[in-house]
Design a protein around this ligand. Structure first.
Ligand SMILES: Nc1ncnc2c1ncn2[C@@H]1O[C@H](COP(=O)(O)OP(=O)(O)O)[C@@H](O)[C@H]1O
Ligand SMILES: [Mg+2]
Length: 330
């Protein structure tokens, strides 16, 4: 018989909608039964697992046909589409950010179960924080985890100088949300979410924001709406209550610095690092800047035929990034 822990793991992966893990645990149970000499049970389990795998791959094939949606007509200038297989395991976030995305992913994987009880998955999410901390790549990871297309709204196509046009284009985008379940991503959101009272662009921008707020309120689709900005101070107050989640990103702490470096350089030969020197050099840099410094160090390692990546090589690359960084607009 399967151990209670295995049943717990099976149930957990079922709840999380993680089919791969579910089948991997089932395989462990089958292997265990075979080891115990319970050949018949092991065979039966194996047959059921194969059947489940077949079913899963046919669902995936169907899903990928649906996924090949391309925006047409006017929408083609407003949305760019991407299909990604990026997941959150490849990224480094604080545990509080990770927890919040786990919850969003779980709610979406289980959205049918929630709706049977009249409940809705959280769908409208605002990300803010300094540049290079992973807001844009989060949109790809969410789409990747949920196997949904990622539609990024092209602000150059959306915002026009003609009155009224922007609002009707925005309507097209919100209509698309109803028709095609996907992740809809408003990057550099301050361009439309700007404070209506700042009075810089008045007219058209104010109208756009008003329509955006109205569309957000009326939207009951099953799509995810994600907006990201570097400068939350610029956003209009009326926006915040339209979002189910407002998630703050920040520069990496020591633990995250280490994780970004280890993730990026895991297939290179590393010296034994004195991490305190690396932390000093990386302090104040974003995830993106640390990633770039790692790439520079790796290139030098390859091109100069070095025996390994030394701490000094990495420290130099990090310091160079600090000196070449563009001052942020905070
Ligand atoms: N939290 C993170 N974990 C791992 N890599 C990151 C992270 N944040 C940024 N990066 C790296 O930096 C690149 C740029 O980050 P991006 O998502 O554009 O940042 P932002 O949108 O916050 O300015 C990413 O494509 C990725 O390679
Ligand atoms: Mg970005």
């Amino acid at each position: 018989m399967a151990k209670a822990e295995q049943i717990i793991e099976l149930l957990k992966s079922h709840i999380e909608g993680d089919d791969k893990r579910f089948l991997a645990i089932a395989m462990q149970v089958a292997a265990h039964e075979a080891q115990q000499g319970h050949e018949k049970i092991a065979q039966e389990l194996k047959k059921l697992i194969d059947k489940a795998k077949d079913r899963q791959s046919s669902i995936q094939t169907k899903a990928s046909v649906v996924n090949l949606i391309q925006p047409k007509g006017d929408l083609a200038n407003l949305l760019s589409v991407e299909y990604t297989d990026i997941t959150f395991t490849q990224l480094t976030f604080s545990s509080s950010i990770s927890q919040r995305f786990k919850r969003i992913i779980l709610e979406h994987r289980q959205h049918n179960t929630l709706s049977e009880h009249g409940l809705k998955a959280r769908r409208k999410i605002l990300l803010f924080g300094p540049p290079g901390t992973g807001k844009t790549i989060t949109a790809s990871a969410l789409a990747g985890e949920l196997r949904l297309p990622l539609f990024t709204i092209r602000l150059d196509g959306l915002i026009t100088k003609y009155m009224g046009e922007t609002a009707s284009k925005l309507r097209l985008v919100f209509d698309a949300m109803k028709n095609t379940r996907a992740v809809y991503f408003f990057d550099e959101f301050d361009a439309i979410g700007g404070d209506r009272n700042l009075g810089n662009d008045v007219g058209e921008i104010r109208r756009v924001l008003n329509s955006f707020l109205q569309f957000m309120e009326q939207d009951h689709s099953e799509s995810l709406i994600l907006a990201a900005t570097n400068s939350i101070k610029l956003l209009d107050n009326a926006l915040f209550r339209r979002f189910d989640d407002v998630i703050e990103y920040s520069l990496p702490d020591k633990e995250q610095i280490k994780q970004v470096i280890n993730n990026r350089l895991y297939n290179f030969k590393l010296n034994h690092f004195d991490w305190s020197k690396i932390f000093d050099a990386a302090e104040g840099l974003s995830h993106a800047e640390i990633t770039r410094a790692c790439n520079e160090a790796a290139k030098q390692f390859v091109l100069s035929n070095l025996p390994s990546i030394s701490e000094q090589l990495l420290v130099d690359a990090l310091q160079e990034r600090k000196h070449t960084r563009i001052p942020s607009n905070k």
